[in-house]
Design a protein around this ligand. Structure first.
Ligand code: COA
Length: 197
C-alpha cells in the first residue's frame, strides 16, 4: 500500500468518528503533517536543507505539528489531534505507531549524533508524554499520558509517570513480578549504557 492508503487505514482503524477519505484529508492535521513531511524529508535527503526546513515550518504553522525534515517516519503512523507534537531530527517512527497531541520525541541536550527516540512498530505514545534522548520504545509498548521517558522501554509493556516506570506487562503470566524484574533490568542497562555510576 502507498502512503495515502496506509494513512486512511490508520485513521479509520483508530478513530471510529472518521467516515470517508475526503473528510480525513480535510479534517485530520496529522495526515496533512505526515504527507508534508514526505516532501520535506525528500528535500532533506537530497541536500536541499534550507527549503526542507522552510517547508516543514510552513506546515507547522498550518497543523501545529513540528516534524524535523530529517526524521524517519514510516507509512501507517497515526497522529491524533497533534497540536504541540514535536518530532526531532534523528527520531525514527515505525508503522502502526500512534502519537497524540503534546508529545515530544526530543533530545536531552546532552547527546550528539543520534539524539532522539526510536519508536518501534505499533507503540502507543499518549498525550503530552515526553520521550527524551536516543532511547528505544519497544514494539507495541504503551506510554501513559504525561509520562516522562528517558530510558529504553521494552516491547509490550505499559510505562507511566515521571520518571516513567513499567506498570503492566502485556501477555506475561505473572505480571507483577515481571514488572519489577523488567524495571530492574531496564535500570541496570541504562546505567551500563551511561558507563556506570
Ligand atoms: C497508559 C494507557 C495507554 C493505558 O495502558 P494500559 O496498559 O491499558 O494500562 P492500565 O489502564 O491497565 O493502567 C495501568 C496502571 O497505570 C495507571 N495509569 C494509567 N495511565 C496512567 C497515566 N497516564 N499516568 C499515571 N498512571 C497511569 C493506572 O491507574 C493503573 O494503575 P493500577 O495498576 O494502580 O491500577 C492509558 O492510561 C493512557 O494514558 N491513555 C491515554 C491515551 C491518550 O493520550 N488519549 C488522548 C485522547 S484525546
Amino acid at each position: 500500500m502507498g502512503f495515502w492508503q496506509e494513512a486512511f487505514a490508520a485513521v479509520k482503524e483508530n478513530d471510529p468518528a472518521a467516515r470517508y477519505n475526503l473528510e480525513i484529508i480535510l479534517t485530520y492535521p496529522g495526515v496533512k503533517a505526515l504527507a508534508a513531511h514526505k516532501i520535506s524529508h525528500f528535500l532533506w535527503q537530497h541536500d536541499i536543507k534550507l527549503l526542507a526546513r522552510v517547508h516543514a515550518q510552513f506546515w507547522r504553522f498550518l497543523t501545529q505539528i513540528e516534524i524535523h525534515p530529517g526524521a524517519e517516519i514510516a507509512n501507517g503512523v497515526f497522529i491524533d489531534h497533534g497540536s504541540g507534537l514535536v518530532i526531532g531530527e534523528t527520531a525514527v517512527v515505525e508503522t502502526g505507531v500512534k502519537l497524540y497531541h503534546g508529545v515530544t520525541l526530543g533530545g536531552t541536550g546532552k547527546d550528539t549524533g543520534k539524539r532522539h527516540p526510536s519508536v518501534r512498530r505499533g507503540a502507543l505514545i499518549s498525550a503530552h508524554s515526553q520521550l527524551l534522548g536516543p532511547i528505544e520504545i519497544g514494539e507495541y509498548a504503551r506510554v501513559g499520558a504525561s509520562a516522562v521517558v528517558t530510558k529504553d522501554v521494552p516491547k509490550r509493556v505499559t510505562v507511566v509517570g515521571i520518571p516513567a516506570k513499567i506498570v503492566r506487562v502485556h501477555g506475561g503470566d505473572t505480571p507483577e513480578r515481571n514488572c519489577a524484574q523488567l524495571e530492574r533490568e531496564r535500570h541496570v542497562s541504562f546505567y551500563d549504557h551511561m558507563g556506570g555510576i
